[in-house]
Design a protein around this ligand. Sequence first.
Ligand SMILES: Cc1ncc(COP(=O)(O)O)c(C=O)c1O
Length: 481
Amino acid sequence: MPHHGNISFTPGATGLSLEPSPVTNEISKDKNVHVKPTARKFDHRFSAEGLSLAPTPLKDTVKTLDFAKMIPLGNGRPASEMLPWEELTMRVAKRDTGLMSCVKGESSFDLAVALDYGCSGGSTKLVDFLTEHVESIHHPPYSDWQTCLSIGSTSAIERALRLFCNRGDWILVEEYTYSGLITAGKTLGINMLAIEMDDGGLNANDLDAKLSAWGPEKGKKPFVLYTVPSGQNPTGKTQSVQRKRLIYEVAEKHDLYIVEDDPYYFLQHGNFSKGTSNLTAKEYQTHLPATYLSLDLSGRVLRLDSASKILAPGLRLGWVTGCAQVIGKFIEQADMSTLAASGPSQVMVHKLLCETWGHGGFMNWLFDLSLQYRKRRDTMSAACAKYLPSVCHWTLPAVGMFLWIKVDHTQLSSRSSPLALEEKICEELEGKGLMVGRGSWFWVGSESMNELCFRLTFAAAPQERLEQAIRILAEQILLYT
Ligand SMILES: Cc1ncc(COP(=O)(O)O)c(C=O)c1O
């Protein structure tokens, strides 16, 4: 028998492998979808690699043939009786929902299907569920949008860059940004134009000013905007809906393509719930703020969602939503590289979301998770208020898992540069058993970084050690005052 929260695999007998059908998610959309405008075309925006992408002949047969009725001599997939597993059972942690099992030959999500090659965009049932989820949360205002699976947002970022950018191109990013994007951009030879941030996150005026001042001598004008709008990594800042509208206007003006990387969106700490401790999951959902996808009349947004922060990072599973033209390219990329997200991961998510929780249960989970993160955030920020010296500044994040500490280095006794100070302080902290994120890991500004910043996450450490951690950090900074 599996243990609480565990998964067990049973080796065993044979089963019939049914081919999953291709991604078609029209039925999961709002019934008014056909009265909405269609997305613009983006042929003029694809990179050389993006333009070269084409359907793979063998994979294309999946869309036209009913494999269940065929003698399959055409492709190299092992028959299900060659596979060593027969059953997979799972139990949900902390919930009284019994066992979830997946066996060979079952009608809902056959284990043999999960263990077989699958469609690169994801299994139909899971994609349909996620399409309904996207529809109910974001209500995309144009008709020909689609959702498909990714193998997580790190991969989706790299794929988006390859789809739209050639070596030497520029993209637009927040001046502190997610380190995974920096690594992908550097490796692909893509330059990053840093846009200033203020308390409300990415600054729309600076974005407009930099694009308006762009001259041909600098190369091709950047048009990909990569942004992390909620609980930004690393600064913890969240763009208001008003800010998103301003940025979307700039995007329309300069014909930008927005990559909305939003893995922290559901970890809302409760600006929406002033004094309402009895808030229900339904109310939580109605208070979720509009996203770029919900403002996107032209189909110029690729929204990246990830299971990593809301279910489990080891699933390596996410979903991307954008106009059909871009999602089509995205699936063709997967056809030639990663193929589908892992079948067992898809089954785990399908059994949990589609068969056990449903949309309401998923919302309950996300709401509970937000409340837990809010508690951790409050513990950490109370410790900051108690221990950190006055040279330290931070604001309470409204979303996500990061607290960003800025140290006024001009008030410190040391005359070393912020970078040298950061190195020294972090090494000393590591010697005392505390690891914090270094601001320089995330900096993409053109000038050298002239700030001393630390990214702290309240997600990973046990709640009861958060105060101790802040005390260690405070004592170390105090040595420099
Ligand atoms: C902004 C951002 N995007 C993407 C990721 C990674 O997501 P995934 O695990 O889906 O690759 C992270 C995780 O740290 C992140 O902060």
